[in-house]
Design a protein around this ligand. Sequence first.
Ligand SMILES: Cc1cc2nc3c(=O)[nH]c(=O)nc-3n(C[C@H](O)[C@H](O)[C@H](O)COP(=O)(O)OP(=O)(O)OC[C@H]3O[C@@H](n4cnc5c(N)ncnc54)[C@H](O)[C@@H]3O)c2cc1C
Length: 427
Amino acid sequence: MDRLDTDVIIAGGGLAGATLALALSRVLPSLKVTVVEAFPLSTDALPEDYQPSYDARSTALAWGSRLIFEELGLWDRLSEHATPIRRIHVSDRGRFGATRLSAEDHGQPALGYVADNRWMGLSLMRELQATAVQWKAPAEVLGMTPQPYGVSVAVKTGDKVAQMSAQCLVVADGGRSGLRESLGFQARHEDYGQNALIANVSTSDSHQFTAFERFTDAGPMALLPGGAPDRPGNQSALVWTLTDQALQALIKLDSECRCQRLQDRFGWRLGRFTRMGELSHYPLKLTTVAEPVRPGVALVGNAAHTLHPVAGQGFNLALRGLMTLVEQFRSAIQQGRSLGDLGVLGGYQQAHHQDWQQTVRFSDSLIRIFGQAPAPLAAARDAGLVGLDLLPGAKRWFARRAMGIGGRKPLISGQGAFAEGESAGNE
Ligand SMILES: Cc1cc2nc3c(=O)[nH]c(=O)nc-3n(C[C@H](O)[C@H](O)[C@H](O)COP(=O)(O)OP(=O)(O)OC[C@H]3O[C@@H](n4cnc5c(N)ncnc54)[C@H](O)[C@@H]3O)c2cc1C
């Protein structure tokens, strides 16, 4: 085929798809990139008009993710509404163990940040407007057929279905990925039998930029600092793991009783819970795909892995995967290979595999050992937290996981550079 419609088609313009499009436009500006997104583009409220909303959902970004966004030239904008996490306090309700991580101990201004998802989306859209990335929205990717030149992708816009030719398709259509299933990828789902309840809460004491992870016999919870980046506020984002039954019972309560229930589980480290905003909830599953690549197609973001949100690792892992994929594309171009070549996409899988496995294991074991632990694991729970606090090596390992620091080299020289051992300091 002489001329392709585009080089890369990204199915899904959520956080993963939009960030990949931005990374490709920054690192490989000569590539033609098309994002197909099922929902209309949100151009109604541009960042200049943005007002943080009390009820917006937020994401904990690890320090390593800040470095990636710096590399992509997005951090200055994102940081306007990203609350720093200066300390992490991990505790176990009714038990002895607790551990504390502090940015100061690592010689850094923050261990990570809490950013409003809507703000991240708007910032990405604004940045992408100034690139050559093409958007088809609202439109849907229906399927893909391998071709000698790459792939032919069926795109539905309104009532019309058209075929688009490209070197490769990247599937970023989220955790309920219909494309993953229809393209025949084998996903493994493990149901945690619980739900994540999300709400913003106000407390009588300021969070002092501390994130709390608390493990209780009924499941883990996290409270992430929210509000203005430059002064410690009284608003935190709650992620609370609950069984179906406990969730339904909580939903029926009025706001005051919900705060009381939360107080009982969390304790008084933030003073009194005075308000709980709008509730949203998600069933919790661990979904992983053993082989995220096929000739002409790669899975990224939640389509490739959906983790328990309490450990705050899903998007951070996705970001590192996206940069790995971009790096493989860059090598392929240098070697004159097609981007959809299985050797190229297999290189992405191989390079990302260890990080992927370790992060999935870290977040899953955090939930299994410290979550609803049966009696035999109780001792391991105590030993785990006490051990983390006492053993510098273990604590440093835990901190590096939480900060999302790996051995990545920057793809854009002079931007957000970091390497193994550089940022974490010595503990
Ligand atoms: C409650 C909760 C809290 C979380 N907290 C954290 C955290 O603190 N830190 C962290 O790192 N991660 C966190 N995560 C994970 C993080 O939210 C996800 O990793 C991230 O949103 C994944 O984005 P995505 O782009 O892969 O998927 P999505 O955001 O689901 O985007 C998929 C997009 O694809 C589009 N789409 C679907 N099908 C098609 C199609 N056929 N054609 C075209 N478009 C299509 C959809 O419209 C959507 O826009 C959390 C997740 C949950 C559920």
